[in-house]
Design a protein around this ligand. Structure first.
Ligand code: SF4
Ligand code: SF4
Length: 156
């Protein structure tokens, strides 16, 4: 085998090794330091579906009452953007007034609040929410089911 080809293969093996190490480090950081169970993959398709049909959770309960929500609006600018569009068994349902109803784009995209920039996060699941089927993001478990199973087997 020519030496240049051998060098190229070796450099690719080294690159894979380093990428693998970085992925393991990321996994460790997310699960052990940040205590996360999921990580986000994919990309936003700007469909605007997460900017409507919103529930608001304050501490441990989902907001059910408009009077209570008015008080929350004093706490964070994100709440001032929301308007009530309905109510169901879970609580009040809101839509963001910054959502352009024709283009389905955010009218303040560059200045949108941090909560919108970080969406989706795993807290979504803890309040009974779910990603829409069309959402470009997916939440993947940091520790896969097969890894958990392997650990359990070793304990026995
Ligand atoms: S501020 Fe923009 S990104 Fe955030 S919920 Fe409203 S429309 Fe969506
Ligand atoms: S539902 Fe998903 S893809 Fe659509 S705007 Fe929200 S984050 Fe982006």
């Amino acid at each position: 085998m020519p030496k240049s080809l051998q060098n190229f293969i070796n450099s690719q093996i080294q690159l894979c090794y380093h990428v693998n190490m970085l992925l393991k480090l990321r996994k460790w950081f997310l699960s052990k330091i940040l205590r996360r169970k999921y990580y986000r993959t994919g990309k936003c398709k700007a469909c605007g579906k997460c900017c409507t049909q919103i529930y608001v959770k304050h501490f441990k309960h989902v907001i059910q009452d408009e009077k209570e929500f008015e008080k929350l609006q004093l706490l964070h600018r994100f709440y001032t953007y929301l308007k009530v569009i309905g109510k169901d068994d879970i609580g009040l349902i809101f839509e963001c007034t910054n959502l352009d109803s024709e283009t389905h784009k955010c009218k303040i995209h560059k200045n949108r609040p941090g909560i919108c920039r970080r969406y989706p996060q795993e807290e979504l699941f803890s309040m009974g929410g779910a990603l829409s089927e069309d959402c470009g993001y997916r939440m993947e478990p940091i520790i896969s089911f097969s890894e958990v199973l392997e650990k359990e087997k070793k304990k026995r």
